[in-house]
Structure formats: structure tokens, C-alpha cells
Design a protein around this ligand. Structure first.
Ligand SMILES: NC(=O)c1ccc[n+]([C@@H]2O[C@H](COP(=O)([O-])OP(=O)(O)OC[C@H]3O[C@@H](n4cnc5c(N)ncnc54)[C@H](O)[C@@H]3O)[C@@H](O)[C@H]2O)c1
Ligand SMILES: [Zn+2]
Length: 377
């Protein structure tokens, strides 16, 4: 175990199962467990060869431990490191990885191991989904966002010139291995961004988790594993349940888009610069909370409670300052738009969400001003 912010008291590992028939898989959550991943990968895949894909800040700290454990489990491992950052999630990088995997002798009985945040998970998952028409992948997420969101559910993909995540495949992992100890080196701003998805899960599905976050947020921010591990487990269970019910995003999985309609618009308007996805989602959730109250769908006070928690987590709740017309244009190109309606996720209460088909003019009536929180607006 490393990382000053960790508690030294032992915390038992937890497991969540993603139930998808033959494609079911476990999510193993523990602290300091990277050194034990090898036998678990051997058991989950039977692979004799692994291709470990990572980025420099993560590989430098953690790849050797994973490799040692794989080697001890009798699995030969090749490490491939791609540049850090969202821009690495592209088809050119995927092509380089295909080539390097094949050069390393990858075949259908090999496993790709994704070690890193959501960028590595999506890119390595996409390569695994498509190389040789699909080889097994194991996800070892090291960012909070990847642990509670992107590593679970089987969505993989890359960005293309026309937009983010427009090319991809559903490819479920064989195993998700979460070592919460790796969060000790995650930059605080990235930790907060991941918390946005944690708060989202609580807001749409689990009032009890929301109350727990309100009570224990400070200990969570300090990475106290007695709080962290059960919170990770609960979040993975929520994501797993939604995915099991609706693997291909036809129904209930859409609730996971809470905060994402305006969040995506804000990211696009900012040209993805100076704003993290989780921060945009926090802004979008604040907007959606306000709108839920204005439409008479959620009791008053719902949005304030949501925003108070977001702000304590260090997240922004005000959308970037662009004109309404710019937001409407951005919303109109959202790929989740059907006809002239957007399937907008609203809250009925903290812990309960539903989708509503809303017209753009209902989402953002011309009289609506951007709420300026804390300045009385
Ligand atoms: N597949 C899905 O269902 C899904 C869901 C949500 C998001 N995503 C995708 O996930 C991506 C965002 O993921 P992210 O927020 O993890 O970004 P990221 O992968 O870029 O990670 C954020 C930063 O933290 C660093 N990092 C990660 N773990 C670290 C650690 N333990 N110590 C030190 N540094 C560490 C990374 O190297 C990077 O610099 C986006 O591309 C998004 O589209 C996918
Ligand atoms: Zn998200």
C-alpha cells in the first residue's frame, strides 16, 4: 500500500457481480491489491500472454507491480505505453496498438490489460474488441471516474474528427480489478471530477448513498478506505445493476446521462479545453436539478441539496458563460436527440430520476437566465 492519504486499518475486499448471462464478470474492490491481480487474470481468462496498455503517469507508478504478479501467475507480459490525455483516444493510436499487439505475439488466447483512467480503458477496450474480432480484456481502473463509471459496462471507443466516442463497440471485460490505493496519486482535481459521477449515481438511484456522501464526504476526500471501499462498491453495484438491466442503452441506462445533456454542451462550447468531463457533468446536474424543480417534478430544495454536495466536493455548479443560443445549438447536435425532443433526465427527488422528452424551448425557455449561485441570481 502506498499513498500518504490512506488509512492503515485493514479493509476487507468487496466484490460486485455484473450479471450478463455468459458474459457476466466480477468487479473486485480492495486496497493494495495490485500485487494479487495476476492469478485473478489467469483464472478469469486462462490467458498465457498479456498485453498491458497504460499511460506514463500510471505505468511509472504501478505497471511493474501488475507485471510481476502476472509473471508469477505464469503469464508473459508485454507493456505498451501510449501518450497521456484524451487526444490519445483515436484511430491512429488504435492502429499502432494493433500492430504492437500482433508483433508481441497476441492471439485469441491473449488478454489485453488496461491499466489507467477512462482514456486507457476506452482505447485498450476498443483494441480488444476489434483485434482478431475480439480478444479478452481486463480493466484495472486507476482514476475514480474509471473505477465507478467507465471500466464497468463494456462501452469502448475512440474519438473521431466529428466528435467524441463516435466510433466504438460494446465489449464487456472479463474482470474489473480496482485497487483503491492507486487513488493516492490521482491529482485532486481528477478525484473531484470522478466524484461528480459518484454523486450522480446517488442522485439518480440511491438516497441512502447520497446521505452517506453528505455525512462522510470529508473522509472520502481524504481517501479513508473505510469509507472509500464501501462507496466504490455501492457505485459499482449501481452501474452494474443498470448495465445488467439495459446493456445496450435502450432504457434505464439512459438515466446515467443525468447532467450529461448540458454537460456535453458545456464541454463542446469550451472545445474540451480547461474543463474536465466530471466538472461539466456537475454543472449539467445543477442545471437539471433546477429545471426539475421549475417543471414541478422535484420538491423545492432538491437542487440546493445537490449543489451543496457538489460544491463541497470542489465541483463547479455554474455553466460557462455562453449565450442561450449557443447552448441551444450545442444541444441540437447532441447525438441522443430524437426528433425534435431530447431525452432529458430529470430528478423526481434525490435518489430518483426519470427521462422526459423535452423540447429545446422547454429545457431552456427564453426567459431563463443562467443561475448564478452564491450571488443571489
Ligand atoms: N466507457 C464508458 O462507459 C465511459 C464512461 C465515462 C467516461 N468515459 C471516458 O473516460 C475518459 C475519461 O476518463 P478519466 O477521467 O479517467 O480520464 P483519464 O484517463 O485521462 O485520466 C485522467 C488523468 O489522471 C491520470 N491518472 C489516472 N489514474 C491515475 C493515478 N492513479 N495516479 C496518477 N495519475 C492518474 C491520467 O494519466 C490522466 O492524466 C473519457 O475519454 C471518457 O469519454 C467512458
Ligand atoms: Zn460521465
Amino acid at each position: 500500500m502506498s499513498g500518504k492519504r490512506e488509512s492503515s486499518s485493514p479493509v476487507s475486499s468487496r466484490r460486485v457481480r455484473v450479471a450478463l448471462g455468459e458474459r457476466s464478470y466480477p468487479i473486485e474492490i480492495g486496497v493494495g491489491t495490485l500485487d494479487a491481480v495476476g492469478p485473478a487474470i489467469a483464472a478469469a481468462t486462462g490467458a498465457r500472454r498479456a498485453i498491458l496498455i497504460s499511460v506514463p503517469p500510471v505505468a511509472r507508478r504501478y505497471a511493474a507491480r501488475v507485471e510481476r504478479s502476472l509473471r508469477d501467475a505464469g503469464i508473459r507480459t508485454k507493456r505498451l505505453v501510449v501518450p497521456d490525455g484524451e487526444r490519445t483516444k483515436n484511430l491512429g493510436q488504435a492502429a499502432k496498438l494493433y500492430d504492437a499487439c500482433l508483433a508481441a505475439g497476441a492471439d485469441r488466447s491473449s488478454v489485453i490489460v488496461a491499466l489507467g483512467g477512462g482514456v486507457v480503458g476506452d482505447l485498450a477496450g476498443f483494441v480488444a474488441a476489434t483485434l482478431l474480432r475480439g480478444i479478452p480484456v481486463v480493466q484495472i481502473p486507476t482514476s475514480l471516474l474509471a473505477m465507478v463509471d467507465s471500466s464497468v459496462g463494456g462501452k469502448t471507443g475512440v474519438n473521431v474528427a466529428r466528435g467524441k466516442n463516435l466510433v466504438g463497440a460494446f465489449h464487456q471485460p472479463r474482470l474489473v480489478w480496482i485497487d483503491a490505493g492507486t487513488l493516492g496519486s490521482l491529482p485532486p482535481r481528477q478525484l473531484a471530477a470522478g466524484l461528480a459521477e459518484v454523486i450522480k449515481h446517488a442522485a439518480i438511484r440511491d438516497e441512502r448513498l447520497f446521505r452517506r456522501l453528505e455525512r462522510d464526504l470529508d473522509r472520502l476526500l481524504a481517501l479513508d478506505s473505510r469509507i472509500l471501499v464501501p462507496v466504490l462498491q455501492r457505485n459499482c453495484a449501481i452501474k452494474a445493476a443498470v448495465v445488467s438491466e439495459d446493456e445496450r442503452e435502450a432504457g434505464v441506462r439512459m438515466l446515467l446521462n443525468f447532467g450529461h445533456t448540458l454537460g456535453h454542451a458545456a464541454e463542446a462550447l469550451k472545445k474540451y479545453r480547461g474543463i474536465l468531463h466530471g466538472e461539466a457533468v456537475a454543472m449539467g446536474m445543477a442545471f437539471a436539478g433546477d429545471l426539475s424543480e421549475e417543471l414541478g417534478l422535484a420538491p423545492s430544495g432538491t437542487a440546493d441539496r445537490l449543489c451543496a454536495l457538489l460544491e463541497r466536493a470542489g465541483l463547479p455548479t455554474e455553466l460557462p458563460d455562453f449565450p442561450r443560443s449557443a447552448y441551444l445549438r450545442a444541444l441540437a447536435v447532441d447525438k441522443k436527440k430524437r426528433d425534435d425532443h431530447v431525452h432529458f433526465v430529470v430528478l423526481r427527488a434525490i435518489g430518483r430520476a426519470e427521462t422526459r422528452p423535452l423540447r429545446l424551448a422547454e429545457i431552456w425557455p427564453s426567459r431563463r437566465k443562467l443561475r448564478r449561485r452564491g450571488s443571489g441570481g
